[in-house]
Design a binder for this molecule. Structure first.
Ligand SMILES: CC(C)(COP(=O)(O)OP(=O)(O)OC[C@H]1O[C@@H](n2cnc3c(N)ncnc32)[C@H](O)[C@@H]1OP(=O)(O)O)[C@@H](O)C(=O)NCCC(=O)NCCS
Length: 363
């Protein structure tokens, strides 16, 4: 494919050169960036977080921890926690409505809803069906997508494929999580990390912006590092399972940390190369927010300035599938992300899963 100019703002600073989508000759045709006419872009974004703020000092009253330890080891200062009667769909619905308003579309324009969640209201019906009903998206199909904290990026990539293939025109991807309901509030190694929230994106076709390339990956052999043992068909919820605490999330934090620092740089490099770009062309990396130290280690490993990573973990903690849309939203609000910017979204999580995509921000 011939080099195609892409619409973007003027370059900033010396590291940039006028940008074109370059196709490296080494990549097979199936891995080359798609032509602009068939791209899918994020047309609108919306978020919703619970009102209740839980500080590190609040947590120190529940478990043996301190503000100093949590800030130093994770970067987290506060997180939002859902009320007892708030489920994932209660966060997903307002986030989705806000995304539709931002896109200038109505629920009846949606062809598909993908709810990216590890904490669905129930196993079935899918939380996406509950959202479909509550926002009145009568024409839309609805599925849940579970790739733990990678679910939102997996969802965006899936939505883009549906749009590019012509199966759907407008797809809502909503990451909605209430990890507070699954965490063991007596376990200081997990309780201090998590937060609740939702972020939604409406995707549709775009001529000038949108997703250039994507990468998905998994290593099922590392599934035990991060899991919720009970509640499925292997270990149904029983009094005995509850007695053993199998209905609460478990994690080998150090192993997860090391795996994340290994897979995330590779995923970023692969998606950027597939897009025919170099790391210098990327304005912002929007990573899943699990631990600020993981992001700093990734930046060091890639020899990138940490300032190019959007980091919002201090305010929200790890909100799993909601963390990337929440971070994009924050960076749009404070003026960092602008139309024409090149973004890499990159996520990792239980499974072990990872996913990344490169996109030009804008409609
Ligand atoms: C969980 C995590 C924050 C722990 O940080 P760490 O620097 O690896 O800390 P360690 O596990 O080595 O523990 C160090 C010490 O702090 C203690 N500690 C653990 N959690 C603590 C807490 N919340 N408050 C105070 N002390 C704590 C440990 O008991 C240990 O004490 P010891 O030295 O007396 O044995 C970190 O490993 C991490 O973030 N891992 C990745 C988790 C993740 O990303 N999960 C989601 C993936 S999507």
């Amino acid at each position: 494919m011939a080099a195609a100019p892409v619409g973007r703002k003027e370059t900033r600073g010396a590291r940039r050169t006028p940008l074109t989508v370059r196709q490296p000759t080494t990549l097979p045709a199936s891995q080359q960036a798609r032509p602009a006419a068939t791209r899918a872009a994020i047309l609108g974004l919306g978020v919703h977080v619970p009102a209740r703020v839980l500080t590190n000092d609040d947590l120190a009253k529940i478990v043996d921890t301190s503000d100093e330890w949590i800030v130093e080891r994770t970067g987290i200062r506060t997180r939002r926690i859902a009320e007892p009667d708030q489920a994932a769909s209660d966060l997903a619905v307002p986030a989705s409505s806000a995304a539709l308003r931002d896109a200038g579309l109505s629920a009846s324009d949606l062809d598909l809803i993908i709810c990216a969640t590890t904490t669905p209201d129930m196993i079935f019906p899918a939380t996406a069906c509950l959202v479909q009903d509550r926002i009145g998206a009568a024409k839309a199909g609805a599925i849940d997508l579970l790739a733990a904290c990678s679910s939102f990026v997996y969802g965006v990539i899936t939505a883009a494929q549906m749009i590019e293939s012509g199966v759907a025109q407008h797809v809502l991807v909503v990451g909605a999580e209430v990890l507070s309901k699954l965490v063991d509030w007596k376990d200081r190694t997990t309780a201090v990390l998590i937060g609740d929230g939702a972020g939604a994106a409406v995707l549709g076709p775009s001529q000038n912006s949108g997703i250039l390339s994507s990468v998905v990956g998994a290593d099922g052999s590392a599934g035990d590092l991060l899991k919720l043992p009970a509640g499925g068909s292997r270990i149904p919820i029983t009094a005995e399972a509850i007695q053993q605490g199998l209905h609460r999330a478990r994690m080998d934090g150090q192993a997860v940390f090391k795996l994340a620092v290994r897979v995330v740089p590779d995923a970023i490099r692969q998606t950027v190369q597939k897009a025919g770009l170099t790391l210098d062309d990327i304005d912002w990396i929007v990573p899943h927010q699990a631990n600020q130290r993981i992001l700093e280690a990734v930046a060091r490993a890639m020899d990138l300035p940490f300032g190019r990573f959007i980091c919002t973990i201090d305010r929200y903690g790890n909100t799993s599938a909601a963390s990337i849309p929440l971070s994009i939203w924050e960076a749009l609000r404070d003026g960092r992300i602008k139309d024409g910017d090149h973004l890499v979204l990159v996520a990792f999580g239980g499974g072990f899963t990872w996913a990344a995509c490169t996109l030009i921000w804008g409609r």
